[in-house]
Design a protein around this ligand. Structure first.
Ligand code: HEM
Length: 402
């Protein structure tokens, strides 16, 4: 294929379908572009001629290179917006910051994700998982896995992380359900977001007066952030940690139920849980696309990306690149997945990945162990997929029976 050492051979392509699930992988149009030329010029909807990176080596190099910025105001988008202009990043959104601002936030936050805190959270993840499986069992022989399990488990884990008191939890769950629900209108979502940020403000005030044993209290007492910054961080952690993990639980279950021989392997070999989670992360690549803009001219694989050029990075295509992962479109729970980009790479690599791994390695095997007869309650092609470039990959619902 073209690529290393090759100058662009073709003119700019229009943006391909990103996050168009079929049902688990990138669209054939996207993979065809990768196999033809893994880094190539692309014409953005606003007329800008930038780049599309789809090959694993190019995506990884660009994510690791500080000459590429994550700031929203420098970006051209590979999709049309329903409104004018790119909104500015909400306070506390680390993913839209460059060094040195990013370094300040990241150091303090990383300092709060301690080994001790992760160990305490692991115990709670186990309890929360068991409680929800008990409730599913009590309730009958079928359920929507998203609302019964995949959403509430990570929501309660975030409550633990932020130290949301028990008495406030149903209120908190109401806001988060309104944010991610399928039938929720934009007005309802905006209202839920406003309720949630004023709730987080209240929580910060409470932690300042009476700190408790949780990450938010650690950040409040550390003194390095203003209340406004803390509120932004609280909302960002919620956004970063909730839908991602919830989608991986539901979509991961869907992938396993659709690959019975892999499912049987996982049931037979519990020690496969950790590599299986990594393989599901690679195979599904729910955080499918990244965007960066060059701050100066950069040479990558024989191409010159000029200062000001935006590059769209297809993580879903890179994680299915045969140059890095042999037989990439096969779900193989025992394979080596080192170097997958599902948590990103470089300075923005997911700060919550350890927690996400704990949630997935606890929740998925516990679900399979509890319901040996777990199956889809609808034909696989009727499972509603989350598609479109500005949403995470995943499912809106997953009707299951046992
Ligand atoms: C960043 C994926 C769970 C907190 C990221 C990025 C990806 C990602 C791809 C990089 C974004 C970029 O480069 O712009 C995922 C996936 C998850 C998950 C697939 C679940 C399976 C979590 C959880 C938390 C979390 C549970 C915390 C509660 C963060 C934070 C960042 C981040 C704070 C920003 C890091 C930075 O910019 O320095 N995540 N994430 N994530 N994630 Fe996660």
């Amino acid at each position: 294929r073209g690529g290393n050492g090759a100058a662009p051979t073709a003119g700019p392509v229009p943006p391909p379908a990103l996050n168009q699930r079929c049902p688990f992988g990138p669209s054939p149009g996207l993979t065809a572009l990768r196999d033809e030329q893994p880094l190539r010029p692309m014409r953005y909807p606003d007329g800008h001629v930038g780049w599309l990176a789809t090959g694993h080596p190019a995506v990884r190099k660009i994510l690791a290179d500080p000459r590429f910025s994550s700031r929203l105001e420098l970006m051209h988008l590979p999709f049309e917006l329903d409104f004018d202009g790119i909104p500015s990043a909400p306070a506390g959104d680390l993913t839209a910051m460059d060094a040195p601002e990013h370094t300040r936030y990241r150091r303090r936050l990383a300092g709060a994700f301690t080994v001790r805190r992760m160990r305490l959270l692991t115990e709670r993840v186990e309890e929360i998982t068991a409680e929800h499986l008990d409730a599913m069992e009590r309730q009958g022989t079928s359920a929507d896995l998203v609302t019964a399990f995949a959403q509430p488990v990570p929501t309660l884990v975030i409550c633990e992380l932020l130290g949301v008191p028990y008495t406030d939890r149903s209120r908190f769950q109401g806001y988060t359900a309104a944010l991610s629900g399928v039938d929720v209108t934009l007005e309802e979502q905006i209202a839920a977001m406003a309720d949630l940020s004023s709730y987080i403000q209240e929580l910060i005030t409470a932690k300042r007066t009476a700190p408790t044993d949780d990450l938010l209290s650690d950040l409040v007492t550390d003194g390095g952030f203003t209340d406004a910054e803390l509120a932004g961080i609280g909302s960002f952690l919620l956004a970063a940690g909730l839908d991602t993990t919830a989608n991986m639980i539901a979509y991961g279950t869907f992938a396993l139920l659709s690959h019975p021989e892999q499912l049987a392997r996982l049931r037979a070999e519990p020690e496969l849980a950790a590599p299986a989670v990594e393989e599901l992360l690679r195979y599904l690549s729910i955080a499918h696309t990244g965007i960066r803009t060059a701050l100066e001219d950069v040479e990558i694989d024989g191409h010159t990306i000029r200062a000001g050029d935006t590059v769209t990075l297809s993580i879903e295509a890179a994680n299915r690149d045969a140059e890095r992962f042999p037989d990439p479109d096969t779900l193989d729970l025992g394979r080596r997945t080192t170097g997958h980009l599902a948590f990103g790479h470089g300075i923005h690599q997911c700060l919550g990945q350890q927690l996400a791994r704990v949630e997935l390695t606890v929740a998925l095997p516990a679900l399979l162990a509890r319901f040996p007869g777990l199956r889809l309650a609808v034909p696989a092609d009727e499972v509603p997929l989350r598609e479109g470039v500005n949403v995470l990959g995943g499912v809106h619902g997953l009707p299951v029976a046992w």
